[in-house]
Design a protein around this ligand. Structure first.
Ligand SMILES: Nc1ncnc2c1ncn2[C@@H]1O[C@H](COP(=O)(O)OP(=O)(O)OP(=O)(O)O)[C@@H](O)[C@H]1O
Ligand SMILES: [Mg+2]
Length: 132
């Protein structure tokens, strides 16, 4: 499925639809350039799940937890070895939490077969192409 959202509101609607289909134990891998909307999407998804905590870009912290959602950002990670040291494997295998990974490329070989992969692309200031 591919959709162009023309506002953050439309991205919010999409995120709530995805949230409805997401189950405990799922892993979501969010691909796309800087500013393409990965954190924004995550924020709306976490909100839709009824978790109040404000989602921030984990860029400097790498990992954050919102209720049963683990949110990590591998942008600053430079090697697969570093990915291993973060304990992501354990987070992914945790059947009682939802795992959301921004910049998942270096964790590719840890991603389970049923990973929900979502690709974000900047179209113009207010529009993003989102492919699931
Ligand atoms: N249709 C849209 N959907 C999502 N975000 C949008 C849209 N239009 C504009 N934006 C804006 O684009 C920006 C996306 O930033 P965001 O932090 O979500 O990107 P990111 O992919 O997480 O980047 P990074 O790789 O730096 O973590 C936000 O400022 C958001 O308000
Ligand atoms: Mg981000």
């Amino acid at each position: 499925m591919e959709i162009i959202t023309h506002s953050t509101e439309e991205t919010k609607k999409l995120a709530s639809e995805i949230a409805e289909k997401t189950k405990l134990g799922d892993t979501l891998a969010l691909y796309g350039d800087l500013g393409s909307g990965k954190t924004t999407f995550t924020r709306y998804l976490v909100e839709s799940l009824g978790l109040k905590n404000r989602v921030q870009s984990p860029t400097f912290v790498i990992a954050r937890k919102y209720g049963h959602v683990n949110h990590i950002d591998l942008y600053r990670i430079i090697s697969e070895k570093e990915v291993g040291d973060l304990g992501i494997k354990e987070m992914i295998e945790d059947e009682n939490s939802i795992m959301i990974i921004e910049w998942p490329e270096l964790a590719e070989n840890l991603l389970p077969e049923n990973t929900i992969r979502i690709y974000f692309e900047y179209v113009d200031e207010n529009s993003r192409k989102i492919r699931i």
